[in-house]
Design a binder for this molecule. Structure first.
Ligand code: F6R
Length: 606
């Protein structure tokens, strides 16, 4: 989604805002803008497209001495990605950046138009500045005007406002899921704002995570937070780490780097959790006695949802516990039937996905114990859950998720074994064997140069056609879904994931030589069954790319994987294959692999 930054202090404000936006650009990149105020004069710059365009239009501008500024990188929700729709949006004297959605903007806009206000954009955001100014005229008190504005705006949002009426303050307000952080400095002489902690790393010393319905203002040496009319106390969390971890380090794309990092992040995810004969997930202690759970419900979106489906196979097979996965945006409105003996699990790379967060809240309100499997510590989903297992994938910048998925899969594999031990559903011997295999997962995801080269060569044959079917059985079905999602996200080619056995129930009607079937054919799980399904497609002349350790003579293209003795190791190797295949097709098509069109890294609107 959109990214927000803000700064107040004596440093050069434009550089700080642009650096911060650069850190957030992968979240949304339709357009960007900044507004910098010095002694009541505001310099406003906006540009459509990538941040480089904003840097170009603001070239030559520098703030000198005390300044305050706000910045935004946009992922369009209301109105096309044009300069007029780029933030900051302006009232008469105020400038606004906003992440989220104002649900009742149309009614407010109509009212304001009747009162003679002229609107310049098609966005929901523009009402915020005008409404704030209207309330300011009425109350003559900017803080009260802000409180009223927050009261009148429905939806989910994080907002920063600067106004010529108060040229030493940045105002803020937050409702619902979009995150907003205030960064404090060691010398208490400057303040930062950001929609993600990663922006504050290396800049600010501490971070304040704003809570639901917080609003207030900052001066360069003061933070005032209010909630429903009362001033509230806040905690400042120390910021650790460096920005270096997020550079490309010689790879062409972040996505490529992140695919290559998978072995290392799997090791990190196992650290302190897996020993030779035991898996310990101390994080689960917060859930109390695990034997109280008779069922597991998992909610997530996108790639994380694919990990959720895969997890159901592992829970049922290993832990002998009933498990189901649901898409969070569906779950939230279906009036779900929830029972207290259910463990409710959410999965999220970002920890900020609005639909997943709402699903979590529904489960909490129903009195269920909740567990988050998440990659971002301190994210909203982590803070809202009873317990969290962090996936330790590190910052994932490529919009198409790769290493986060790998670590999610590993966490669920580990969790299924912990539950199996608890429930006695696997023998000690079988658990030991499973752990030995888990320890090998890091080897299965190593990218072999020869394999990468082969996929690069093969990719040239798959730049057209009328569609791709990724097919697999059992846990390779969610991997097929994930392979298809990766391909469509970055190549813009149409792809679907299907259970291999389901093809003959309809989809096979599409089969011809221009329909490409990417077949996941592991040796250790349902080999013959899957093979027959592929043969059925081949007989209808679909072009077959088989991924398997066993030669397959009817394949048009064959990608030979290693021989492993466990289906999960085959799963992990094939996961890397489908990731790289998508990457190489996208590169050949000339697409922006890290920032594919229309997408955003963190989806904080429903
Ligand atoms: C796919 C992708 C998205 C996310 C989805 C959920 O490559 O990145 O489908 O998986 O938006 O996001 P998180 O996991 O952050 O909740």
């Amino acid at each position: 989604m959109c990214g927000i930054v803000g700064y107040i202090g004596n440093k050069e404000a434009k550089k700080i805002l642009l650096d911060g936006l650069c850190e957030l650009e992968y979240r949304g990149y339709d357009s960007a803008g900044i507004a910098i105020m010095q002694q009541g004069d505001v310099s406003l710059f906006k540009a459509v497209g990538k941040l480089a365009n904003l840097a170009a239009v603001s070239d030559g501008f520098e703030s000198k001495g005390f300044a305050l500024g706000i910045g935004h990188t946009r992922w369009a929700t209301h109105g096309k990605p044009t300069e007029a729709n780029a933030h900051p949006h302006i009232g008469e004297n105020s400038f606004v950046v906003h992440n989220g959605i104002i649900e009742n903007y149309a009614a407010i806009k109509e009212e304001l138009i009747k009162e003679g206000i002229n609107f310049l954009s098609q966005t929901d955001t523009e009402v915020i500045g005008h409404l704030f100014e209207k309330n300011l005229k009425k109350t003559n008190d900017s803080l009260e005007a802000l409180r009223l504005t927050q009261e009148q705006l429905e939806g989910a949002y994080a907002v920063l406002i600067i106004t010529k009426f108060e040229n030493e303050k940045i105002f803020f307000m937050k409702k619902g899921s979009p995150p907003l952080l205030i960064g404090t400095s060691k010398n208490n002489d400057e303040i930062y704002f950001a929609s993600s902690e990663s922006v504050l790393i290396g800049q600010a010393d501490g971070a304040i995570f704003l809570k639901e319905d917080d609003y207030g203002f900052v001066k360069k040496d003061e933070v005032k937070i209010f909630n429903h009319g009362e001033e509230v106390a806040f905690q400042v969390k120390k910021i650790e780490g460096t920005r270096a971890g997020a550079q490309k380090e010689g790879y062409r794309y972040f996505m490529e780097k992140e695919i290559y990092e998978q072995s290392a992040v799997l090791v990190d995810t196992m650290m302190g959790r897996v020993s030779k004969d035991r898996i310990v997930l101390e994080e689960l202690a917060a859930l109390g006695d695990l034997s109280q759970f008779r069922e597991i419900k998992i909610c997530a979106c996108g790639t994380s949802y694919h990990a959720a489906i895969a997890a159901t196979y592992m829970f049922e097979r290993n832990s002998k516990i009933r498990a189901s996965a649901e898409i969070a945006s569906e779950f939230r409105y279906k009036e779900p039937f929830l029972s207290k003996d259910m463990l409710f699990v959410v999965i999220s790379q970002s920890g900020e996905t609005a639909d997943t967060l709402e699903a979590l809240k529904i489960a909490k309100n129903a009195g269920l114990k909740t567990l988050a499997v998440c990659n971002v510590d301190n994210s909203t989903i982590v803070r809202e859950s009873d317990a969290t297992i962090l996936t330790r994938a590190g910052i994932e910048k490529g919009v198409a998720s790769t290493k986060a998925f790998a670590t999610q899969m590993l966490v669920f594999w580990m969790l299924s074994i912990v539950l199996a031990e608890k429930k006695g559903s696997m023998s000690n011997e079988a658990i030991k064997k499973e752990i030995e295999t888990i320890l090998k997962a890091k080897d299965a995801v190593v990218v072999e140069p020869a394999m990468h080269e082969r996929l690069k060569r093969l990719s040239k044959r798959y730049l057209h056609g009328h569609g791709f079917f990724f097919i697999g059985r059992d846990i390779f079905y969610p991997l097929a879904l994930e392979g298809a999602l990766k391909l469509k996200e970055i190549t813009y080619l149409h792809a679907e994931g299907y259970p291999a056995g389901e093809m003959k129930h309809g989809p096979i009607a599409l089969a011809d030589s221009e329909l490409f079937t990417i077949a996941l054919l592991p040796k250790t799980l349902l080999y013959d069954k899957t093979k027959s399904n592929i043969e059925e497609l081949s007989a209808r002349d679909s072009t077959i790319v088989a991924i398997s350790p066993s030669e397959f003579d009817i394949a048009d293209d064959f990608i030979k994987t290693k021989v492993w003795d466990h289906y999960m190791l085959e799963f992990f190797e094939m996961m890397v294959v489908v990731q790289i295949l998508s990457l190489e097709v996208a590169v050949r098509l000339g697409n922006d692999v890290d920032m594919p069109r229309n997408l955003a890294k963190s989806v904080t609107v429903e």
